[in-house]
Design a protein. Structure first.
Lengths: 257, 257
């Protein structure tokens, strides 16, 4: 039987524990190719690199049976680079991104490098899934996610995904009790309220560290935030058309341009 | 009469011709505050800066009557920084971003720093408009856009914008004939097909420049691409919920997690 071809990427960098876990899981049933950033690229959103050149270097990090490259680019760059210069025209059956060290629920999907790689793949018509664990630790415990990740990837390879979609999968941090299952959710309408921590450098100039609190006033029980808070795995199907279609008719009737 | 308070930002950097034009236009009827990147930030998508500190320095670039700051951050960072450390709690009546040197139609909205600033504002509940000209030249001619920009900003200040929305306004490059008017559009479903130009550096290592062709197979006459190709100003109302809501029921009925 021909194994499915799975491209693995992430935004925490090719040596992160999350991608190491994901590669190991995919290798149990797929041919795995890795193209991932050579350094952490968290919160890069859907950035791409056009004003400077990109590096792409082969690495033996994942053993002789995994074709692996590290790149100086963003997660979206990695997906773009993989097409021409790694896969040389072979189309992956799926792109999986992560496992991110940290939550990508709610509005974080916009800032997420993990999900930008998945959405970039969706644009190319390749089914894609971003996996994130709501635990920012470099040594986060991914063990409770493993069986779900394999199940979700295998199931989506089987039932297929509508063209142009990517799944945003988030896992609650490891608790004493097992995960309660999977919920198909919508993105909670919540936001970050930033605070900037102003400091003064040794030369007397001020600089700012971004910090913030996540504020969720969305009380829906169909959201990713609700699922995570209740120890479910959250799956949000995502698309890339930002058009507020309902507003087109409103503007056509109310605004006079 | 109290003037509206308008925050101006962009992604080409605070000295670009596009933002200089936008500041001049806004000053004719508004109190203007500028917080913009200190260097070009094109294609930064919705990147934010969390792993390094940010600079924010006052500048007199736009004269004594315009409070202006340049920042080392991304366009989204600039919007976030403006809240606490520039406006100190005053909420702008509108955020305008641009005028971008280059198109932000169709899928480019995802990669666009210009639109990430507008969408970041929308998240904060501040009406926002990103302006882009389909001309990448540093010395692009914005003259045909000016009356439309003033008209669109004034009209949206008057009729209001639904919370959480931002407008993506694109202008065709200057032609011999005048613009034909404004079309309210949807985002064309099109994409970039990248080619990477591989070169070898003086040390024998290869590097890659991203290039690409824009491929539009969306034949709709209600798209931003159609409007631009037909010399209309395109306005796409944008929102930030990426959920593919129709897919929730499909996954709930077809996939077995």
């Amino acid at each position: 039987m021909k194994l499915p071809l799975i491209l693995v990427t992430n935004d925490d960098g090719i040596t992160a524990k999350g991608i190491t876990t994901l590669v190991r899981l995919m290798k149990t049933f797929a041919e795995v190719v890795v193209v991932a950033p050579d350094s952490p690229q968290s919160a890069m959103g859907h950035a791409i690199t056009i004003a400077k050149p990109l590096r792409l270097d082969k690495t033996n990090l994942y053993g002789d049976d995994v074709l692996a490259y590290q790149s100086s680019g963003t997660p979206a760059d990695c997906v773009k680079l993989s097409k021409d210069h790694v896969l040389r025209g072979r189309k992956p059956d799926m792109v999986v991104s992560g496992i991110n060290h940290g939550s990508n629920t709610s509005i974080s999907v916009l800032y997420s490098g993990t999900m930008s790689a998945a959405i970039e793949s969706a644009l190319e018509g390749i089914p894609a899934i971003g996996f994130s664990l709501c635990d920012w630790g470099a040594d986060a415990d991914f063990s409770h996610c493993e069986e779900y990740i394999i199940k979700i990837v295998k199931e989506m390879l089987k039932v297929g995904m509508q063209k142009g979609l990517a799944l945003n999968v988030n896992f609650p941090p490891k608790m004493n009790e097992p995960l309660r299952g999977v919920k198909i959710c919508r993105q909670a309408i919540a936001k970050w309220e930033e605070k900037f921590d102003e400091r003064v450098d040794p030369h007397g100039r001020s600089y700012f560290w971004m910090t913030g609190n996540f504020v969720n006033n969305d009380k829906g029980e169909d959201t990713d935030e609700w699922a995570i808070a209740n120890n479910f795995v959250s799956i949000v199907p995502c698309q890339y058309d930002l058009t507020a279609h309902f507003e087109i008719a409103i503007l056509n009737s109310s605004a006079n341009f």
